[in-house]
Design a protein around this ligand. Structure first.
Ligand code: APR
Ligand code: ZN
Ligand code: ZN
Length: 362
């Protein structure tokens, strides 16, 4: 099968012939139908986060089950599934207390460089990325890395739920637990930020303030539920939000992964407010906050993959789409072939796209 391989950072991905073995007892072989291009893939391509190379990137995908291992009863061949990098064991302390995204069992949630699921003609080890590697025609994954979905759900839209949508929506609903009527600001309205905005609308947030340097994104944000927009080109973002809200927001979400925007998110909180950091701030980078601001019970927290319980959350997101509450069709800016993947990342870098998806042949 074909797969896009990252051989060196800051170099284009190369399409190579790759193979996967038959599924082990708890593994599932999936025919990849759609894979989304996520900003996190780009972070790794640019070396902002380390990963053993060569590797097949990609972690936002949907497909059809082809084969299952001897102990798998959750899915059968032909089932439609969405993948999630939050693979869980189900038995560690974090899993049994409901925080499956923080699973500590590294035999299931394998660390970078640990998986031996991919091979190719060369002698060098080919690494699986985040236990998935979706930029490939087939994926071999643990059965707890997938969720079944209804077959009338379009797979290109389902794929988006697998990372970008669950990350943004889950940050609002699961991590921050936004209450009806509360004020929300979202800094960075890419694929993940838009999901936070749409999620805030579903949660019944009061004012939803979208902040992005790209006016096109701000326009779409309004369609997805933003009640106000803030353009950083018009002056200090914190000041603008404070003026709009008369003193700050209950919840802010950093959905970009930068020091300055993380600091802005904390700075725009009302007393008692919470800033949730969703974006991946470059490894090693520190952020600076005014200690005084903590006196008024302001909080800052991280959100990993939207603190998801994906076997429950993703089918719910599918239902929200089916009922017209989650506007997934607005996310897709381009449908690409695997061979066009580097153009997709170039467009992401240029800020032109919301989401590009690779469509694999049926
Ligand atoms: N202030 C506000 N918005 C900005 C700024 C800024 N200074 N600079 C860029 N942006 C906007 C871009 O215009 C774009 O709309 O941030 C958005 C980033 O979106 P994407 O590149 O589509 O990123 P996305 O896939 O949404 O991921 C965002 O979340 O999961 C993490 O790793 C991911 O850190 C990344 C973040
Ligand atoms: Zn676990
Ligand atoms: Zn992602």
């Amino acid at each position: 099968m074909k797969a896009a391989v990252l051989q060196e950072i800051n170099k284009p991905l190369v399409i190579e012939d790759v193979s996967v073995p038959n599924p082990g007892p708890r593994e599932v072989l999936i025919r990849t139908r759609v894979a989304g291009l996520c900003h996190s893939d780009l972070h790794f391509m640019e070396g902002l986060y380390p990963h053993p190379l060569p590797a097949v990137l990609g972690h936002e995908s949907a497909g059809v089950v082809e084969k299952v291992g001897s102990d798998v009863s959750y899915v059968k061949p032909g089932d439609h599934v969405v993948t999630c990098l939050s693979v869980f064991c189900g038995t560690c302390d974090n899993c049994t207390t409901g925080r499956t995204v923080l699973c500590t069992d590294t035999t299931v949630k394998m660390l970078p460089g640990q998986s031996n699921r991919l091979s190719w003609a060369r002698s060098e080890k080919l690494n699986q990325f985040l236990n998935l590697s979706s930029f490939a025609e087939q994926m071999l994954v643990h059965e707890n890395a997938i969720v079944k979905i209804r077959k009338d759900m379009p797979l290109e839209l389902a794929a988006l739920i697998g990372c970008g949508v669950i990350t943004g929506y889950g940050a609002v609903v699961n991590t921050a637990k936004v209450q009806a009527g509360e004020t929300v600001a979202v800094v960075g309205c890419g694929g993940v930020g838009m999901a936070a905005i749409n999620g805030a609308a579903i949660a019944g947030a009061g004012r939803i303030i979208a902040i992005d340097t790209n006016p096109v994104k701000l326009q779409l944000a309004t369609k997805l539920g933003a009640t106000d927009i803030v353009d950083p080109a018009r002056g200090d973002v914190v000041q603008q939000v404070r003026e709009l809200t008369g003193g700050g927001v209950h919840h802010s979400f950093e959905v970009l992964g930068r020091k300055e925007t993380a600091e802005q998110c904390f700075g725009m909180l009302a007393p008692g407010g919470t800033a949730t950091i969703v974006g991946m701030i470059p490894f090693g980078q520190k952020i600076e906050l005014h200690g005084f601001d903590f006196l008024r019970e302001r909080r800052i927290q991280g959100s990993s993959m939207g603190s998801n319980h994906f076997r429950v959350d993703m089918p719910r997101l599918v239902e929200f789409y089916m009922r017209g509450k989650l506007h997934l069709e607005d996310w897709i800016s381009a449908k690409l072939k695997l061979s066009e993947i580097n153009e997709g990342f170039a467009n992401m870098k240029a800020g032109k796209t919301l989401r590009s998806v690779i469509m694999f042949d049926a």
